[in-house]
Design a protein around this ligand. Structure first.
Ligand code: NAD
Length: 296
């Protein structure tokens, strides 16, 4: 059975590695945080003493790291993946990072005879635990074909979005829509409150009308209408405001690089930035309703 090195066992990577174990894979885990490594070990991951120990002889490497700098360091650093992976090893980066980092690292991998895909995810911690993530995968067809059976143990939708970087492009575009939509839904409920319109009534009307969107019907930012939404549990994440801000900044940087005017994306990035500055960074991103609804 194929051996997989899994690097980055945090909120997302921990449960993903556990699902690979459940699917019968041998998983060697690496994380800078000993608590995360210990939690993964409880789920059957073999804790590796070093990145070298995890990667040497592995058939595939999966990474789930915070951002671009960690991805560059883990793959291309002096004692990184490239220094230890044997030719032909498949590399799957599931982190959300900028397209430029992804393409640079994938090109460096190709120079070393290593196939690499970017495979960022949508679905959050709940999706990681349940094995129901959506993967947006960028890379060569052949590498995608090799990654698919591994990702199938972790998600319910695996979409080949194009060449290297296309996974990150899909992710950043999707999350820009999400940030803008959440802000619009939160503004609408704040306005409804001031106009004396009942929240449930607005929900009933808009969820069956042209205001309908995921941020309203699945993840409603006010308590009540959608019992499973974070608003009903004090905005415990879920998907933090800090993560949303990171993705909106990636979208803004990509828009600037390519010369696209994303005015609504810029407004959303500003609003989630203010939310983080006001001590709400670790709340679920739907708590933007709380910030917007405060009296000015
Ligand atoms: P996290 O901070 O919980 O986990 C990251 C892990 O990487 C940590 O355990 C950290 O110790 C480890 N790490 C950092 N640098 C390392 C290194 N050099 N070597 C080994 N381990 C290292 O973050 P997360 O919530 O799991 O998110 C991971 C990625 O997934 C991010 O890119 C994020 O944008 C993306 N994402 C997160 C969510 C979510 O809901 N949390 C949803 C979709 C995508």
């Amino acid at each position: 059975m194929a051996t997989i090195a899994f690097i980055g066992l945090g909120n997302m990577g921990g449960p993903m590695a556990a699902n690979l174990v459940k699917a019968g894979r041998t998983v060697r885990g690496v994380d800078l945080n000993p608590d995360h490594l210990a939690r993964a070990a409880e789920a059957g991951v073999h804790p590796a003493a070093s990145l070298a120990e995890a990667v040497t002889g592995a058939d595939a490497v999966v990474t789930m790291l915070p951002a671009g700098p960690q991805v560059r360091a883990v793959y291309a650093g002096v004692a990184g993946v490239f220094a230890h992976a044997r030719a032909g090893t498949l590399l799957i980066d599931c982190s959300t990072v900028d397209v430029g980092t992804t393409r640079d690292v994938a090109a460096a991998a190709a120079d070393k005879g290593l196939a690499m895909v970017d495979a960022p995810v949508s679905g959050g911690v709940g999706g990681a635990q349940a094995g129901t993530l959506t993967f947006m995968v960028g890379g060569e067809q052949e590498a995608f074909g090799r990654a698919e059976p591994i990702l199938e143990a972790l998600g319910k939708r695996i979409v080949h979005t194009g060449a290297s970087g296309a996974g990150q492009a899909a992710k950043v575009c999707n999350n820009m829509m999400l940030g803008i939509q959440m802000m619009s839904v939160a503004e609408a409920f704040a306005l409804a409150d001031r106009l004396g319109l009942d929240r449930q009534t607005l929900f009933d009307v808009a969820s069956a009308a042209s205001g309908q969107c995921w941020s309203l019907t699945t993840y409603c930012p006010v308590p009540g209408p959608v019992p499973t939404s974070p608003a009903n549990r004090g905005y415990a994440p879920g998907f933090t405001a800090a993560m949303m801000l990171k993705d909106l900044k990636l979208a803004q940087a990509a828009a600037e690089e390519t010369g696209v005017e994303t005015a609504a994306g810029a407004l959303a990035a500003g609003a989630f930035g203010r939310m983080c500055d006001r001590g709400m960074a670790e709340l679920d991103f739907s708590a933007i309703f709380e910030m917007i609804s405060r009296k000015h």
